[in-house]
Write a protein that binds this ligand. Structure first.
Ligand SMILES: Nc1ncnc2c1ncn2[C@@H]1O[C@H](COP(=O)(O)OP(=O)(O)OP(=O)(O)O)[C@@H](O)[C@H]1O
Ligand SMILES: [Mg+2]
Length: 357
């Protein structure tokens, strides 16, 4: 059995509107492994929703091949399953959305039960299953509430319970937390992470926030104008982004831009002394900020004034970044920079001191 539960290969989706052709997805290849929490990021209109709708053939592509859990759903220009087979296959893939899409005239319990309408289970077994699902998402005491009586977070929990009713192997989340406040977002993300671990559920998570990817995903794809522009493990992408757009998403997520604005206002930075440089250091894994600073101090008598430091744990690996003023003799500064780079620290000089100010 292949470890990839979803294989999208050379997917194109072209929409024809009047005389216009819109290439919403162009030559996208993505492999998603069983148990992954796979993030797809990109700005509005990048093609994210269109791409994930291809996974269960809600959107039939114009070209490419789709394989889900060893079954080819689409290839050689045609759908490869009968309508009945496709209906069965779609049960493996649950979906949740930004606006929950619950039925207003039904209670939480009824909304979840609705997904079991065609299930061969007995009425009693269905009721028990619904109860368990609501318990799983922490809503057992809200079963008889209507959507209007529930908060956004609670509505999304009902939608998650409904999406899980047919025991899917895959859950697709299309901006499921975009309408929620930060605290509720965190709770829903924690629930998704829990379901991923407890049920071995593979999760495809569309978002325009890299912070969300960083919090729970293990791999990430970045899309722009219908194309995949970067793909990799969260650690790879965060520690070494290649594309400008990816860097954009990441700097927003780490808050380094705001930190830099404050740093640039500081007197010591405005009037940086001639024996000093302002540097941005980035390091991954075993290297830690104190070790970095101690070493260069010991070896080169360089003093360091840390203005900003941040460590994130990405996929169990610490990734640190630091903005620091390094001061010392010119030759020592040079040597220290070389030695840091050799130790695997990514170093960028942001500003050099001048004697004039
Ligand atoms: N049914 C459709 N008919 C015509 N064009 C469409 C259709 N669906 C999507 N598009 C177009 O395809 C492109 C990609 O849209 P898509 O909804 O996939 O983007 P997205 O990345 O999900 O954006 P958002 O973050 O705003 O949800 C857009 O230019 C959009 O206008
Ligand atoms: Mg979308």
């Amino acid at each position: 059995m292949s470890n990839d539960i979803i294989k999208l290969e050379h997917i194109d989706v072209t929409f024809h509107q009047k005389k216009q052709k819109i290439k919403a997805v162009e030559d996208v290849t993505i492999h998603i492994e069983r148990g992954d929490i796979y993030g797809i990021v990109g700005y509005s209109g990048a093609g994210k929703s269109t791409l994930v709708r291809v996974i269960n053939l809600l959107q039939v592509p114009s070209a490419g091949q789709i394989t889900v859990d060893e079954t080819v759903l689409y290839g050689q220009g045609a759908v490869q399953l009968s309508a009945a087979q496709l209906r069965e296959k779609r049960k493996d893939i649950g979906m949740i959305f930004q606006h929950f899409n619950l039925m207003a005239q039904m209670t939480a319990r009824e909304n979840v039960a609705f997904a079991l309408k065609h299930s061969p289970l007995s009425a009693a077994a269905k009721a028990e299953k619904v109860r368990k699902l609501l318990e799983l998402v922490g809503l057992e005491d809200r079963a008889d509430n209507y959507p209007a009586q529930l908060s956004g977070g609670q509505k999304q929990r009902v939608a998650i319970a409904r999406a899980l009713a047919n025991d899917p192997k895959i859950l697709i989340s299309d901006e499921a937390t975009s309408a929620l406040d930060p605290k509720t977002t965190k709770q829903i993300l924690a629930l998704l992470q829990d379901l991923n671990q407890k049920l071995g559920l593979t999760i495809v998570l569309i978002t325009h926030e890299m912070q969300i990817v960083k919090d729970i995903a293990n791999r990430v794809a970045v899309m722009q104008n219908g194309r995949l522009i970067e793909e990799g493990s969260v650690l790879e992408i965060f520690s070494n982004p290649q594309n400008e757009l990816t860097q954009d998403f990441i700097t927003t997520a780490t808050g380094i831009n705001e930190a830099m604005m404050k740093i640039n206002q500081q007197k010591i930075v405005k009037n940086l002394p001639s024996d000093s440089i302002l540097a941005h250091l980035k390091y991954t894994g075993a290297v830690t900020d104190t070790a970095v600073i101690n070493d260069i101090y010991k070896q080169y008598q360089i003093s360091a004034n840390i203005l900003h430091a941040n460590i994130e744990i990405l996929a169990h690996v610490p990734v640190g970044e630091m903005v620091v003023i390094l001061s010392g003799a010119a030759a020592s500064l040079e040597a220290a920079q070389t030695s840091l780079k050799e130790a695997g620290v990514e170093l960028k000089v942001l500003k050099e001191g001048s004697s004039e100010c």
